[in-house]
Write a protein of this length. Structure first.
Length: 41
């Protein structure tokens, strides 16, 4: 489950997304799950 404000990155193409509306699905890009990134401090 995603939460608003989380950042995800695709290790294949480098796309980066920020969650604007939370949901139960998994974020997929280039056929692979996107990886949650730590928030910058």
């Amino acid at each position: 489950m995603t939460q608003v404000g989380e950042i995800y990155k695709c290790d294949v193409c480098g796309n980066v997304v920020e969650v604007k509306e939370a949901g139960d699905g998994e974020l997929i890009c280039c056929g692979e799950p996107m990886k949650k990134q730590d928030k910058p401090s």
